[in-house]
Design a protein around this ligand. Structure first.
Ligand SMILES: *Cc1c(COP(=O)(O)O)cnc(C)c1O
Ligand SMILES: [Zn+2]
Length: 390
């Protein structure tokens, strides 16, 4: 266990990792878990993790839970890396891959984050948790909280896909439906949680979901043995996965296990809600709220990400790109991946292929580049989209 402290992502203030913390009490921004990587470097061998099998908890030395008995796991992570040969041929790309996060418990990569968040909450003695969710976060929170014997409160936009609402309720959460977007759901939650009786598990308002998502970066480094991919295409809502992968690469480099060569990170959003794409286009450090956010890719329907400054920083540091794609293109690519690759992906995952098509059109990726698409969840929760005629 190598956690040293929590550090503000903006003003660098430090906080005690053994205490309950949410955001920075000085400036209100997200807190990041810091590790004593020098100590880890001397006592953890480079091949420690690649020799282990099992869930993402095989990276436990680089995760923030102190006692193994507090780990709440359903076997998340260790998701397959699938080669997209036919799709690559079609696009003139010789090295195209997809990491399939649909294989996670509760059918999305939200399981990674919630497994760590709930494990740590348990360790800190928290009994009641809450989060707003436009899709998979609610179900994942509910599943892990229920398993840990905690009460979960989930606030969802009324038009959240049915499967997400039903699963959250099935896992025992108290679910309230709210008119509007996830931003409105968050407002309603703040009203109901005025006395902070529930621990807030909103995206990046506690430090630990990010640590769970970080394990995607560890797995990618392990799966791409010859070196990290040249390009990673990520469907971005709140940005936890993108920021988490980047944090993983930073930590691996500090451990001396990978070189400083980094992928170009690419954000894909829906043209119905693309605040990060807009801010990136103007070279801005933060985004502005997207009005009338609307997209079938419910995980991307985030009008303003709380940690937008971190998402944009990753894009600028990595020399990346940000592209918006239409919902019609997303549905076409859901159908394409099912038909050609045997993958039943969520709209957010399909958006990465639609985004890649834009990159190819603009000549932003090379034919021999190794390119990794992230499919963040299962299409089964959105099955009706496959039968639609759009
Ligand atoms: C939450 C979610 C996203 C967005 O993830 P962030 O890391 O918050 O940007 C993408 N796809 C799916 C399926 C999701 O559930
Ligand atoms: Zn701060």
């Amino acid at each position: 266990m190598f956690v040293s402290h929590l550090q503000c992502s903006s003003c660098s203030s430090e906080f005690d990792a053994a205490a309950v913390n949410s955001v920075c009490t000085r400036c209100g921004k997200a807190l990041l878990v810091r590790y004593n990587l020098l100590a880890a470097r001397t006592s953890v061998a480079k091949d420690t993790f690649s020799r282990r099998n099992g869930s993402m908890w095989k990276y436990r030395e680089l995760l923030p839970v102190f006692e193994e008995r507090n780990i709440v796991s359903l076997g998340e992570g260790s998701t397959p890396l699938v080669r997209l040969e036919a799709t690559g041929n079609m696009l003139g790309l010789s090295n195209l891959w997809l990491k399939d996060e649909a294989a996670n418990p509760t059918g999305s990569f939200k399981a990674r984050g919630m497994s760590v968040a709930i494990s740590k909450a348990k360790e800190l003695g928290i009994l009641e948790v809450a989060a707003p969710s436009a899709g998979n976060a609610g179900g994942a929170l509910a599943a892990y909280a229920g398993r840990a014997g905690m009460r979960a409160h989930v606030f969802m936009p009324r038009d959240t896909p049915r499967a997400n609402i039903d699963e959250a309720r099935a896992f025992g959460a108290d679910v309230e439906l709210v008119d509007g977007t996830i931003a409105d759901a968050a407002k309603r939650m703040a009203e109901m949680n005025r006395n902070a009786q529930w621990f807030d598990c909103s995206t990046l308002k506690e430090p630990y979901r990010l640590e769970g998502k970080k394990t995607m970066g560890f797995e990618i480094a392990e799966q791409f043995r010859e070196g990290l991919p040249d390009v990673i295409v990520y469907p971005t809502g709140g940005g936890t996965g993108l920021i988490g992968m980047w944090k993983a690469f930073d930590e691996l480099e500090q451990l001396g296990w990978i070189s400083s060569k980094r992928p170009q990170m690419v954000v894909v959003q829906s043209s119905g809600c693309a605040p990060i794409v807009r801010a990136f286009g103007k070279h801005e450090a933060v985004s502005t709220q997207w009005d009338n956010a609307k997209t079938i890719a419910s995980g991307l329907r985030v009008p303003k990400a709380f940690a937008d400054h971190l998402i944009l920083k990753v894009l600028y540091e990595s020399g990346g790109a940000a592209v918006a794609v239409d919902d019609d293109a997303i549905v076409q690519d859901m159908k394409h991946l099912a038909l050609v690759e045997g993958l039943f992906v969520c709209p957010e995952g399909a958006a990465t292929l639609s985004g890649l098509r834009r990159l190819v059109e603009r000549g932003l990726v090379g034919q021999d580049n190794s390119i990794l698409l992230l499919n963040t969840g299962s299409g089964y929760k959105y099955a009706e989209l496959f039968s639609s005629t759009r």
